[in-house]
Design a protein around this ligand. Structure first.
Ligand SMILES: [Zn+2]
Length: 455
């Protein structure tokens, strides 16, 4: 509803300003308009002067243009969404996972478009300075990029019946019930706030899960503020690590809320991702399941205080350690979805586009997920790895921006969509098959199956 109201407002502003538009210099980029991405290329080719600049944001394409382009667009389209920039205003892109920016109210700042953690803003210099002062590890402000796709359009799953493939033997072994039990156990600790005793108990709990699976574990101490904290890593040796290297499965274990010290259940953020790390460890330690690459299952603390655990982990890696890593899969908030279809945001940097495209392809083939790729990584533990040019993906619910329980005491299992968790885990297991050479044997015949097999 808010979205429609905003579009209406933007359109109305556009209509008001269009009456006063002066077409003196058709090349001057004094305007922005929003075109459907499916039509943007053709509209720019037919009406464009060559001075326009586009920014791809999913199904919307933002175009910076002059008055001449707007005049032509109005003749072709009955009521285009458009805004004239006011004197001193420039266009900015805000990438954010900070709920404080959900409703931006800064003097001198207008929100022209929003979605999937992005805001397109028109800001005066004063407005921009006010915003810039609020930037952090979770929010980033830059001039609206020109002629670049920041977020790909939504791709729906091409789910259809097909012959059984070897990968189905791996994906079929994912234990959804065990995932839900792990998730509930983490939530039952009440809080996993980095500086609370609950964080230690969460580490001990996960350490026991890993050890019961037969994995070697180690604590990796780091200092958060003046407080010593630990990351936890479990190690599963590969069958051909000399050739296949290592793959890291990552999630942050800490939680936060308005009462972080005593109650921060953090079911979605990030019990879901932490239990997801345990779920993939459970999968890879099932009888007969193997991986060519070494696997590291990594749970970090201090994410909510500024990615402290993951920054410390990456800082502790030597160049030869970094070069052994073929892929990092980060799960942060994999369980909120209210609007169909089930949807996933895959976030990475442009140098790693091939891996993101592969993930979208695997999601289309092995899950029911609709996917989008964001090329503006920010605000979670994938960032320190990407900064070292390690091929890393964040898998995150695409509706995180609309999660009303985000960082609240109401972030509970009952508010989650467990189907989304399961589908994202299927995708990440498929990524392990692709990047770690994970595989599972075909199940043997079970009693009663014999007759069917002879038909
Ligand atoms: Zn998180």
């Amino acid at each position: 509803m808010k979205w429609i109201a905003m579009i209406g407002l933007v359109a109305l502003l556009g209509l008001i300003f269009s009456g006063t538009a002066c077409a003196a210099d058709p090349a001057a980029p004094g305007w922005m308009t929003i075109l459907p991405t499916s039509e943007a290329r053709e509209i720019l080719a037919t009406l464009g002067t060559g001075h326009e600049a586009y920014t791809g944001l999913g199904d919307a394409t933002i175009v910076q243009c002059g008055a001449g382009f707007i005049e032509k667009l109005k003749k072709k389209t009955p009521s285009p969404v458009m805004t004239e920039l006011q004197p001193g205003e420039r266009l900015w892109l805000l990438t954010t996972k900070d709920p404080a920016f959900r409703e931006i109210k800064f003097p001198g700042v207008r929100v022209l478009w929003k979605g999937s953690g992005f805001r397109v803003l028109a800001a005066t210099e004063t407005g921009q300075m006010g915003l810039a002062a609020k930037m952090s590890d979770f929010s980033r402000l830059e001039p609206l990029p020109a002629n670049e796709t920041i977020l790909t359009p939504l791709r729906r799953a091409a789910w259809k019946s097909r012959p059984r493939e070897p990968i189905d033997d791996l994906l079929g072994r994912l234990d959804r019930d065990a995932f839900v039990a792990d998730l509930q156990a983490l939530v039952d600790l009440k809080t996993r706030y980095t500086y609370a005793e609950g964080a230690n108990r969460a580490l001990e709990h996960c350490e026991k899960v890993f050890r019961d699976l037969g994995l070697a574990t180690r604590r990796l101490p780091f200092t958060s503020g003046a407080t010593p904290r630990d990351n936890l890593e479990a190690f599963l040796p590969g069958t051909d690590a000399a050739a296949a290297g290592e793959v890291v499965v990552l999630g942050h274990l800490d939680s936060t809320s308005e009462k972080a010290a005593t109650l921060a259940p953090g079911a979605d953020d990030n019990g879901s991702g932490a239990a997801g790390v345990l779920a993939l460890a459970r999968l890879m330690t099932k009888p007969g399941v193997t991986s060519r690459a070494n696997l590291r299952f990594l749970l970090v603390l201090g994410e909510e205080q500024g990615l402290l655990g993951s920054k410390a982990y990456v800082a502790g890696l030597k160049p030869e350690d970094l070069s052994r890593i073929r892929a990092v899969i980060n799960m942060d908030m994999i369980g909120f979805d209210r609007k169909p279809p089930l949807s996933l945001l895959i976030e990475t940097a442009s140098f790693n586009a091939a891996m993101a495209e592969k993930a979208a392809e695997l999601a289309g083939r092995h899950t029911t997920l609709a996917t989008q790729i964001s090329y503006r990584p920010w605000g979670s533990d994938h960032v320190p790895f990407l900064n070292k040019k390690v091929p890393t993906l964040l898998t995150i619910e695409s509706e995180f921006d609309d999660n009303p329980n985000y960082h609240r005491t109401t972030d509970l299992v009952g508010a989650m969509n467990l189907d989304l968790c399961y589908q994202i885990l299927r995708l990440n297991a498929a990524l392990l098959a692709e990047y770690a050479g994970a595989q599972a044997p075909a199940p043997g015949p079970t009693p009663g199956e014999g007759a069917a097999r002879h038909r």
